[in-house]
Design a protein around this ligand. Structure first.
Ligand code: CMC
Length: 437
């Protein structure tokens, strides 16, 4: 029979049928929502490598081909032809804006980019060496306190306002963190500047001198932000959706997402890449580090390599490599680090260890080098990822709301602990297990 998958329990010969659902693109899914009620068993999928957690119309990835699309548009085409705010509009409003719509959208976000002055006191509460991701996570959670009353989260107009407000305020929060950490005077958003230029303005400006922002720098940062805008059900987006499923405040969901993104296996990788390239120090040392990366007994990993979904060159990494090479003559990109990065990439693309495991450069491999050339402090690289990803998270949050019938995310487990006080052989299906993961 077509459109169903049959599961047979070989212990008793019983068979069960589950519907197969086709998407528009990509692998079909077997709907196992009723698996437990039918079979009395759970499925086990560590890291959710075979699990689709939702239906979504926002982003499509073909990991084998190295393809990424937002609402149907190819990322390489978007990077070539559009700006970050076009993609923000595409994610939130489901369509690319016309020029006049883009202008109006830019203007609207600018008016939402200020933060309540009472929130400034928050920055004093952090120790001098606080990591910016810790500060940003706290700031976004605090924002939920400012927008928690008199809001109707079921009204699409109100939640769109919430989404746009978050996207608009994120660069201000990031720049305020930096100014405060450095002891510099706060610089408020400049309504005459574009979204990305305004961020560089808030980072670099001083009341006593002219701020120098080159258009090539704006273009580079804008592209980096765009390439991070959404990436389907990655760890942080899944976190946002999971918290949203409990009907928590949307900014509390985003704050949780920032926590998930911070880790070096996810958004913290761009910071780790640059720190690793600096630790390698010279092209002569690359072979030694490649050997470490391949050694099963050494926890060392090549940062900026590998991806759960891409088993081909990450299309975002391709765009960034082109951008990085274009910027070399115009920006102060550390040529020693580029030489090391190029050597690592060349070896990895030919070496059996990396080839057989499909370990290609990912988005973080070059984004850190570009951010460093823009004088963004290294510990703020993941913050730049957050500014880029905020619209994607909010689009995913809104999609969940729109789809309705929100089911709390509540997975189960295979219990492997002691059975003190339990009768022997009470397990429903008498499953044998080794007790090891
Ligand atoms: N260096 C060396 N070996 C690696 C690496 C690496 N960067 N990545 C994976 N492997 C090996 C791993 O040891 C394993 O080998 P074996 O099969 O012999 O045990 C195999 O490749 C599969 O690795 P995995 O950890 O099971 O794969 P995963 O899909 O669970 O993890 C990953 C994906 C991105 C966490 C991982 O590749 C990694 O840690 N990369 C470095 C960190 C990094 O660059 N993260 C940024 C990801 S892209 C930004 C984003 O979207 O968040």
């Amino acid at each position: 029979m077509s459109n169903t998958a049959t599961f047979t329990d070989n212990r008793n010969g019983k068979t069960y049928e589950f519907p197969i659902i086709d998407g528009e693109l990509g692998p079909s899914v077997v709907d196992i929502s009723n698996f437990y009620t039918q079979t009395g068993m759970f499925t086990l999928d560590k890291g959710y490598t075979s699990t689709a957690m939702c239906k979504s119309a926002i982003t499509y990835i073909n990991g084998e081909k190295g393809e990424l699309r937002h609402r149907g548009y190819d990322i390489a085409w978007l990077a070539e032809n559009k700006v970050f705010l076009d993609v923000v509009h595409l994610l939130l409003h489901k369509k690319l804006p016309s020029q006049s719509e883009l202008d109006a959208f830019r203007k609207k976000l600018k008016t939402k980019s200020f933060i309540n002055e009472r929130m400034l006191g928050l920055f004093n509460a952090f120790p001098d060496k606080a990591h910016p991701m810790a500060v940003l996570q706290a700031c976004v959670a605090t924002l939920s306190a400012y927008y928690s009353r008199d809001m109707n989260y079921d009204d699409p107009h109100e939640y769109m306002e919430l989404a746009e407000r978050l996207v608009a305020k994120m660069p201000t929060l990031a720049a305020f963190y930096y100014r405060h950490a450095m002891g510099y005077p706060l610089i408020y958003p400049d309504l005459d500047r574009g979204f990305t230029e305004n961020f560089l303005y808030m980072m670099r400006s001083f009341p006593h001198s002219h701020v120098d922002i080159r258009s090539i720098e704006v273009k580079a940062l804008d592209t980096v932000l765009m390439l991070h805008a959404d990436h389907e059900q990655n760890a942080s987006t899944t976190t946002v959706r999971t918290v949203a499923s409990t009907h928590s405040h949307p900014y509390s969901c985003i704050s949780a997402g920032i926590g998930a993104l911070w880790g070096h296996a996810h958004g913290g990788a761009n910071e780790s890449v640059v720190r690793q390239l600096e630790a390698i120090g010279s092209v002569e040392n690359v072979d030694k580090y490649i050997k470490k990366a391949k050694d099963k007994d050494d926890p060392f990993r090549l940062m900026g390599f590998g991806h759960r979904v891409y088993k081909n060159y990450d299309p975002r990494a391709k765009v960034l490599k082109g951008l990085r090479d274009k910027l070399v003559d115009e920006l102060d990109i550390d040529s020693n680090l580029i030489k090391i990065a190029n050597r690592i990439e060349k070896i990895a693309l030919e070496d059996e260890y990396f080839v057989s495991r499909n370990l290609y450069p990912n988005v973080d491999f070059n984004s850190g080098l570009i951010l460093k050339a823009l004088n963004i402090p290294t510990d703020m690289f993941a913050v730049m990822f957050v500014i880029g990803r905020a619209p994607g998270w909010m689009a995913q949050w809104m999609e969940l709301k729109e789809q309705g019938n929100m089911k709390i995310v509540r997975p189960r487990q295979l219990y492997i602990g002691p059975k003190i006080g339990c009768e022997e052989n009470t397990s429903k299906n008498d499953i044998e297990y080794s007790g090891k993961q």
